[in-house]
Write a protein that binds this ligand. Structure first.
Ligand code: CTP
Ligand code: MG
Length: 231
């Protein structure tokens, strides 16, 4: 069985609020998406890294990706939601005979540039023999407040047993595709689709460097982390 990474990179980054989609914003001298690509390409066991682009993407082709030649491939079949982009990419990959049902797919957000090789290796080590697959995640650190509709505290919720989902999320290609094809429209990660089948993905301890760049203020923190790593 192969390990194949799939990076959905067809979003617009509306919450960051820049003109360019956030995956193409500069970060430590490169573009955001470069960092996740570099990490995934450096993981020996991963044979291929597939990038799902928006059909109207005009940015990708303007840059030199030859450093990753032989290991990366693009699919211009992004959809309107993240789940759609992952589904379309996976479908294209399988239709081209480049992924078999039993192959492992690691779905990773282009917007998580802080993923490290070590963390990816941990995920592979913990899941390679797993029946279901799983995801990186970290136990919640903050106290949780349930709000009223007027932004007053209704009550404090227990954070016991609550984890924040990260990516990569790793499942067998065949299972993941059929899960995504049946999944409710509102899912925001791949594990949710697997859960909807009644399966229970494994939680593998991630780290906080692997946060998702979502808001403008996240850019400065990512810059700091990556500048250190790139030197
Ligand atoms: N993504 C995608 N296709 C979509 C929407 C999102 O491939 N239709 C990708 C994004 O490019 C990103 C990842 O899914 O790498 C995580 O999504 P998110 O952080 O929500 O990114 P955006 O959707 O681009 O940002 P926003 O929700 O703020 O518009
Ligand atoms: Mg989004």
């Amino acid at each position: 069985t192969n390990f194949i990474a799939l990076i959905p990179a067809a979003g617009s980054g509306s919450r960051v609020g820049e003109r360019a989609p956030k995956q193409y914003l500069p970060l430590a001298g490169k573009m955001m998406i470069y960092h996740a690509l570099r990490t995934l390409c450096r993981v020996r066991r991963i044979s291929k890294v597939c990038v799902v682009l928006a059909p109207e993407d005009g940015e990708w082709v303007q840059h030199d990706w030859s450093e990753f030649a032989g290991k990366i491939q693009t699919f211009p079949c992004g959809g309107l939601t993240r789940a759609e982009s992952v589904t379309n990419g996976l479908k294209a990959l399988m239709a081209a005979g480049q992924a078999a049902d039993e192959d492992w797919i690691l779905v990773h957000d282009a917007a998580r540039p802080g993923l490290s090789v070590n963390l990816t290796e941990r995920l592979l080590d913990e899941l390679a023999e797993d029946e279901v697959g799983g995801l990186l995640a970290i136990p919640l650190a903050d106290t949780l407040k349930r709000a009223t509709s007027h932004a007053r505290v209704a009550r404090t919720e227990s954070r016991d047993g609550l984890w924040q989902a990260q990516t990569p999320q790793m499942f067998r290609a065949g299972l993941l595709l059929s899960a995504l094809e049946q999944a409710p429209a509102e899912i925001t990660d791949d594990a949710s689709a697997i859960e909807a089948l009644g399966l229970s993905p494994k939680l593998v301890l991630g780290d906080s460097y692997n946060f998702k760049v979502t808001y403008p203020q996240d850019l400065a923190l990512a810059e700091l982390i990556l500048r250190e790593r790139m030197t």
